[in-house]
Design a protein around this ligand. Structure first.
Ligand code: 3AM
Length: 184
């Protein structure tokens, strides 16, 4: 079945982003660290852990399908990214595990996604790709005592189109479509 056929549209305009997940072992590693956070911080639920590659914002179905059809026809390189720095973004009050783009395959994937997004009519990204996994919210500063965080080597095998759904019970990120990332 072509990848485009496996696109699950929720039926109304929605908030979207393109990203990758972390594997179950890494989810558990992170969850173990998050269990030690000060009570004031709000840990990201294990099933929500992800790495955003491109925020798309509020979208209708046509550009989303157009984007995914183009990505399905493109070469999507598998990449590795090392996340080794615990950061607090005080403005957003977000605690995250961050790294940088060192793998040329990630640079290439970023380029392919941005080109496909532009062709589908999405506005350009506000900032360049800054790989990170959001770990917790309501974080005005780095926790004390300092957290020991695992160094994660994220090596995803799939690219996902995520919906971001806000509910009274919290945010959820259902996956609407997925494509394989292929080793060079
Ligand atoms: O949790 P992370 O940072 O991976 O930061 C938001 C989140 O990613 C990001 O989209 C992901 C799902 O909500 N996001 C939200 N609003 C954004 C915006 N206006 C944004 N990224 C860029 N611009």
């Amino acid at each position: 079945m072509p990848a485009e056929a496996q696109f699950r549209w929720p039926g109304a305009d929605c908030r979207l982003f393109v990203g990758v997940g972390v594997n179950p072992a890494q989810q558990q590693q992170i969850a173990a660290v998050l269990a030690t956070l000060p009570a004031a911080l709000k840990p990201v639920p294990q099933q929500n852990l992800h790495l955003t590659l491109r925020f798309l914002g509020q979208s209708s179905e046509t550009p989303a399908r157009q984007l995914w059809t183009q990505l399905a026809a493109a070469a999507l390189p598998a990449f590795t990214v090392r996340l080794d720095e615990l950061l607090c973004w005080p403005g957003a009050k977000v605690l995250c595990l961050a790294g940088s783009v060192t793998d040329p395959a990630l640079q290439q994937l970023d380029k392919v996604i941005n080109q496909a997004a532009a062709l589908a009519g999405y506005p350009p990204p506000h900032h360049q790709l800054y790989p990170h996994i959001t770990l917790a919210r309501h974080a005005g500063q780095l926790p004390e005592p300092p957290l020991t965080v695992p160094v994660l080597s994220v090596e995803p095998t799939q690219l996902h189109l995520y919906q971001s759904v806000s509910t009274p019970a919290g945010v959820r990120y259902p996956i609407l479509a997925s494509l394989p990332l292929l080793p060079a």
